[in-house]
Design a protein around this ligand. Structure first.
Ligand code: DON
Length: 309
């Protein structure tokens, strides 16, 4: 079921202004050195309604590093290439309750990551993409450009290289999974691709447009059926339970939308049948999720009087 979104003129500007006082209360990710250089005062929101109209406020047209938001693109790509049991035999569907880059469960649960949105799960998905695609980086760019309708989207090489130079933890996760037989390709090659996916540069407007399929039963802005309506519902269920890592419960309580965060400070979220939204503010909370970004989404849901619950 779809319905028309009615946003009061000026609402998004008002929400951005109300949220500005939170700037300075979080911490920009610095474990990837190239990300530490970003201006912490950026704040933006873009909303795309089911009819394809995008409106925004603040820094919503400025590209930033999507980081883990790319895990949604990766899983969607894998769903387009594989039978479901080939994916779900290698990665779970449960919230982890641990930080996004933890190794602990990977060891305890014999190399099967809890879900596709923690780093371990996304590395298995990147391994699956590597096995089926001749040029995984190029393919990702093509899909993301098509989904957002922006042919100018590209990778930030500096961010991808910076992360590769500080890849010890992700490499450890991948090798641990390999020791259990749940990683098939060369670790280094997959890591390089995974870091490129994370280093996609997109704006709130690009991301809200690209994610419209999650609100639109699997159909993109241009009417392409990416995944089925059932798969879209399943993707949203996984985003609602695991998209914000060990902060997923708090996010569901405050915001009430399926969502996905990235350490670049972006968060995407959707209300199926109504809208997709992306917010950006680089300072993060203790779980690695955008602090002011979460507040923007909370205010949007309150103003609309909507959540999925
Ligand atoms: O692999 C990493 O650690 C980063 N490229 C992505 C982590 C991330 O965005 C977690 N999200 N909140």
């Amino acid at each position: 079921m779809t319905e028309q979104l009615s946003l009061e003129p000026g609402l998004l500007d008002e929400i951005v202004q109300q949220t500005r006082p939170l700037l300075g209360k979080g911490k920009v990710a610095d474990y990837i050195p190239a990300l530490a250089d970003v201006d912490p005062n950026k704040l933006g929101i873009a909303v795309t309604s089911i009819d394809g109209t995008t409106v925004g406020a603040g820094d919503y047209l400025e590209p930033f590093s999507v980081q883990s938001i790319s895990k949604v693109f990766s899983l969607t790509n894998a769903l387009m290439l594989y039978e479901e049991q080939e994916i779900w035999g290698r990665v779970g569907k449960e919230p982890s309750g641990h930080s996004f880059n933890s190794l602990v469960q990977v060891e305890l649960e014999r190399g099967i990551p809890r879900n596709p949105f923690i780093n371990a799960g996304a590395l298995v998905i990147a391994d699956l993409l590597q096995s089926r695609l001749g040029a995984p980086k190029q393919r990702m760019l093509e899909v993301v450009r098509m989904m957002s309708g922006n042919n100018g989207i590209c990778y930030d090489k500096q961010v991808a290289d910076s992360e590769y130079q500080h890849s010890a933890r992700n490499a450890a996760i991948a090798y641990l999974m390999k020791s259990f037989g749940n990683f098939h390709n060369d670790v280094d090659a997959v890591l390089r691709n995974y870091f490129h996916y994370c280093a996609l540069k997109m704006s709130c407007a690009d991301l809200s447009r690209a994610m419209l399929y999650l609100a639109n039963r699997g159909q993109t802005l241009s009417g392409q059926q990416l995944v089925s309506a059932t798969q879209t519902r399943q993707l949203n269920a996984l985003l609602a339970t695991s998209g914000l890592y060990d902060g997923a419960g708090e996010f569901a309580y405050r915001v009430g939308m399926p969502g996905k965060s990235g350490v670049g400070g972006g968060i995407i979220a959707v209300i199926p049948g109504l809208l997709s939204v992306c917010v950006w503010s680089p300072e993060l909370d203790g779980h690695g999720n955008s602090l002011a970004g979460t507040a923007l989404l909370e205010r949007l849901c309150q103003a609309l009087g909507r959540s999925i619950f």
